[in-house]
Design a protein around this ligand. Structure first.
Ligand SMILES: [Zn+2]
Ligand SMILES: [Zn+2]
Ligand SMILES: [Zn+2]
Length: 374
């Protein structure tokens, strides 16, 4: 169920009374849970053809998912004993899946956005002809990590990236690509804050004039986007010295901050405000990582290796009437080349003579992209 509240009449009434409109915030956002969300958190068996890979990531009905083959046949006991010997789960349109597609082998896949890392598997023991079911910890497909250049998988030591892989972290990285967030996560999202947290948080944000202490963006007109971060990670430690206000984009990029699922609209708004406030200083690739959406970090990693010039982040594209038709995540305005997260924005910019790559195509056609920049 989605609630949309139109407050314009109320605001009008407040105005005629001569009162000020007070900016109010909902401390926890309502997350609509549809039947499909429930099914996906439990795992849903679907046909391979119904899984979408538009963005390069696996998705089902607009939700990011992972997919795996539940049926392990006679290997089920081995898989239950040691999940790393079971089927790998896929998160992207990797070469393994592409191979299967080419060979016309369409097995039944379970798609899920359950992030507990525990996977129901089944199979049959030949000796006893017995059907076995259970849960095990399957591992991520390495070809998928390579396909996405996840955390720089193509260019950095692969072992540590594979072993440190966490589904929560992974889904969080690409949350901007999807309209819906995984409901299983949404429920576990409420952190263990103290009772007086709302008051404490408000006080800290006021004290710092609603300014992010990392990127410096002024959010006094968008207070909702300013979080208060516990520097030592302990959510009950509310000493002043342990609290600092961070915009939601800087906050999500702090270590161990999965489960934040910041919407693309919000990061775009922050990018726009940084631009307007002259804060979008780009002197090194490190600045680009800090400014850009984590979902394009894999692309940035490759661009850095190709030694191209630093891109703009969150650049607005205007048409002849000076209307903003798109905001490109990464762009080189002089060459009219860019990388977009959303398809409609890519299409709009293309109509104005830009060459725009999706994350997927930026990764797979990196040479072509970089050649366009020379
Ligand atoms: Zn894969
Ligand atoms: Zn910030
Ligand atoms: Zn924090």
């Amino acid at each position: 169920m989605k609630l949309t509240v139109d407050l314009s009449l109320l605001h009008q009434a407040v105005k005629t009374m001569g009162a000020d409109i007070i900016d109010f915030e909902l401390s926890s956002e309502l997350i609509p849970i549809e039947p499909i969300d429930k099914q996906l958190s439990e795992g849903l068996e679907v046909n391979f053809e119904d899984i979408e890979f538009d963005t390069g990531l696996a998705s089902y009905q607009g939700r990011q998912v992972l997919l795996y083959i539940k049926d392990h046949g006679s290997r089920v006991l081995t898989a239950l004993e040691d999940g790393s010997r079971g089927n790998k789960f896929h998160i992207a349109d990797c070469v393994t899946l592409d191979d299967m597609r080419k060979r016309g082998r369409f097995e039944r896949y379970v798609v899920t956005n359950n992030l507990t890392e525990s996977f129901p598997v089944s199979g049959i023991v030949w000796e006893t002809n017995q059907i076995v079911e259970g849960e095990t910890q399957l591992k991520v497909c390495k070809n998928c990590l390579n396909h996405l250049n996840y955390k720089g998988y193509k260019t950095k030591p692969k072992g540590p990236i594979f072993h440190a892989f966490s589904l929560a972290d992974f889904f969080d990285t690409y949350s901007s690509f999807f309209k819906f967030m995984p409901s299983g996560v949404a429920n576990s999202q409420i952190p263990h804050y103290t009772k007086d947290w709302d008051e404490v948080s408000k006080g800290i944000r006021q004290k710092f004039n609603y300014q992010c202490q990392q990127c410096g963006v002024d959010l006094s007109r968008n207070k909702r986007l300013l979080h208060v971060h516990h520097i030592n990670g302990v959510k009950s430690d509310n000493r002043d010295s342990n609290l600092t206000p961070l915009c939601c984009d800087c906050h999500r990029k702090q270590p161990n901050h999965q489960h934040m699922f910041i919407k693309h609209e919000e990061t775009k708004l922050i990018a726009r405000l940084r631009n307007e406030q002259g804060l979008n200083v780009k002197e090194s690739w490190k600045d680009i990582y800090d400014l850009a959406d984590p979902g394009v970090h894999g692309v940035i990693d490759l661009l850095e290796k190709y030694h191209v010039s630093l891109p703009e982040v969150g650049q607005q594209i205007q048409n002849e009437k000076r209307e903003v038709v798109a905001e490109l995540e990464l762009s080189w305005p002089l060459k009219k080349v860019g990388v977009a997260i959303n398809k409609p924005e890519a299409v709009a910019a293309t109509k104005l003579g830009w060459k725009v790559y999706s994350m997927r195509h930026a990764l797979s056609r990196i040479e072509q992209l970089t050649n366009n920049l020379r």
